[in-house]
Design a protein around this ligand. Structure first.
Ligand code: HEC
Ligand code: HEC
Length: 269
């Protein structure tokens, strides 16, 4: 006993104990850390769902039902997925203010963090498309020419040849696509908002969606300097044909009149 207490009082004893404690802590940390982060992720996720549920009951439940099952004022949100929520809320379409032909784009009233929470809650109600990652929607390295071709065959009938938008029936319209965030273009194709058909990966691959985004990015960034001179409203062959008719034919008629007038003069003298 005497021996032990003597050693305990040794000047280095405290250091030894400290080193031993550090080694044990380090070892324990190494052993348990990965499990801990996984658990932390889980808690973060369920926390987001809980917060999203609160936001939802205040701002959305009156139309979409307390459990997202839908009411006469709004469709069911079970299975629409996080991508639909991110698109609808981040572009300000939701929460809807008044029923009309089409939910208009407005300034978003929720922060991106709140939108993520709402999306987490809706995604927890039923599986649906998740929010795309940056590598999915970024136009970098995509095939712009292919994107233009895909756009003309799949989107131009509603959105116009260079994405300027157009009217549909009954007061509905396909909006212009300049100034739309690449992420929201991707999500619109994934989820098909309102009167727009959806283009799931089975009919339009991830790569093709990227090509279309790159095409829109190019036509929109070159808007101010239209490569062929006057852009004629970007309406494609119709306006360009009209231009040729009015000015081309007009010029030919003018020349014909001038020639006729001069030959008449020449005959008289
Ligand atoms: C005033 C009623 C109303 C409120 C409030 C409202 N919505 Fe909606 N929501 C609608 C209607 C109506 C539609 C269908 C729009 C259409 O197709 O014309 C819709 C559509 C949606 C869609 C698209 C569903 C799909 O099938 O792709 C999502 C997602 C959505 N709402 C989320 C929300 C969220 C999240 C909130 C709360 C922040 C919210 N809504 C608040 C009425 C409402
Ligand atoms: C049948 C007509 C139709 C076709 C085809 C169509 N869209 Fe749409 N699109 C619409 C309508 C209508 C809306 C407006 C929906 C809304 O406000 O909720 C829309 C909305 C969008 C938006 C959201 C714009 C914004 O301002 O937030 C994007 C992006 C979009 N479409 C891209 C595309 C792309 C890309 C294609 C082709 C792959 C396509 N659309 C094909 C009708 C169409």
């Amino acid at each position: 006993m005497k021996k032990l207490s003597a050693r305990r009082r040794h000047p280095l004893a405290a250091v030894v104990v400290l080193l031993f404690a550090l080694a044990v802590t380090g070892g324990l940390y190494a052993a348990f850390a990965p499990a801990d982060t996984a658990k932390a992720d889980d808690t973060a996720q369920s926390l987001a769902i809980e917060e999203g549920k609160k936001l939802y009951s205040v701002g959305c439940a009156s139309c979409h039902g307390t459990g997202g099952q839908g009411t006469s004022d709004g469709p069911s949100l079970v299975g629409v997925g996080a991508a639909a929520v991110d698109f609808q809320v981040a572009t300000g379409r939701m929460p809807l203010q008044q029923q009309g032909a089409q939910a208009p784009k407005k300034k978003a009233i929720y922060s991106q963090a709140e939108i993520d929470q709402l999306a987490a809650y809706i995604a927890s109600l039923g599986a649906g498309p998740s929010v795309p990652s940056k590598s999915q929607y970024s136009p970098d390295g995509a095939d712009i020419a292919k994107g233009g071709e895909l756009f003309r065959t799949n989107c131009a009938q509603c959105h116009n040849f260079t994405g300027k938008g157009g009217a549909l029936s009954n007061g509905k319209y396909a909006p212009p696509l300049d100034d739309v965030d690449p992420k929201h273009i991707y999500e619109a194709m994934q989820t098909g908002p309102q009167n727009m058909p959806s283009f799931p990966d089975t009919t339009m691959t991830e790569k093709n969606k990227k090509d279309i985004i790159a095409y829109l990015d190019t036509v929109n960034s070159s808007k101010s300097e239209s490569p062929g001179g006057l852009e004629l409203g970007g309406l494609g062959p119709v306006s360009e044909g009209l231009f040729a008719w009015v000015f081309g034919l007009g010029a030919m008629i003018a020349v014909a009149i001038w020639v006729a007038a001069h030959t008449a003069k020449a005959k008289k003298s």
